[in-house]
Unconditional design. Sequence first.
Length: 434
Amino acid sequence: MRKLILTTIAALSLTACKDDHLPDSSAPFDIKPVSAEYITVSSLPVTAVSGQITSNTTWSGVIEMDGIITVKNGATLTILPGTYIKAKPNVTGAATGVLVITKTGRINAAGTESQPIIFTSYKLLDGNEDTTAVPGDLGGIILLGDAPTNVPFTTSIEGLYLSSDSYFGGSNPGHNAGIMKYVRIEFAGYDYTGGNSGNEINALSLGGVGYGTTLDHIQVSYSKDDSFEFFGGTVNASNLVSFAAEDDHFDFDNGYTGTVTCAFSMADYNSRHAVNLGGSPDSNGIELDNNSTGMATALMTNPVINNLTIIGAKNGAAGQGLAYENGIHIRRNGRLTLNNTVVTGYPAGIRVEGTGSVLSSHSGYNSIQVHGFETSVTGAGTSAIPAANLLKGYTASLWGMKQPFFNEGGWNISPRNCGDFQGLWTKYDFAILE
């Protein structure tokens, strides 16, 4: 590793975390980067945090999470704009740098376009230009709530040990876990047993979270597992971007019924890719199940997604486009409603399989455009998409975008850039220069 690109920082000052055990300060944390300034930030003081947060607490500056941090008992964790959060390295292999907002806790992480809140790899903040960030350097963020799901209220979220602090789901659709806005999550994820075990911590896990919660302008990059996974709940989300996920960009199950508006995923075929036990590709733009068994339930998984753009690789070559599986995979009694959607650069564009699984649209199937290297669409509900909107072949379709493929240089998804996905708050280039 050589040296990170540095751009202008307007001003730097620092406060510590504020809670019962840390010093108070009234001075604002005023770091104003146009993008992550890892070299500069690595020279700032670091506040270490661990254990449970049971009273209102404020984070700012540079935070190091040691192990699993649990917010509970009515406490609100406030994270100020421009804060950087990393994990403490753990040589034992246990999960570290995991932030859990329990059903009795709340988060107030309201960044801004010019001062996003950044959860990132400790290797980018260690001051050592010879270290390289990798997926799994940070555990991830877990929000839990008591909105409806199709599993028992005593179900524990994936990736955490069974306890009341890990339970999700209930009967309050309006549950409010707080706010996450202008937040970046980089190099996160954890798999307890390895090999795509099904017991992973995602970059952002949402278990039974209700529609009182605000999720807006959140970017996940280089996650070890899924970028976003919705386990039931009714929470709505807007302006989500997933970049270079190892497994799935978006995953929905356990009776999730919220609405996602303006979402974008983009592949980096040089990144890591999940595989099945047999070694075949298992990385999807969207993976959706009603539940793990495919059983019908009173509450069925059926998200509504408005203005969705899924970009894979430009070419269907081994190690490039064929390293992935499906642009959208609806299975196990899952249901998905798509409005204004473009999918390109995966072996299969949209695959619907299993009893009860179906694709639908409120805006009309003419608003769905799908390309696949081998198959454009297959399964229940896909036959309603006009033939003119379905393409297959070795080279992916642009579908009216300027140049959407990350690995081809100078990417630009206009006119589908509904969420300012190339704005100041985002980051895609972690390259090192002389």
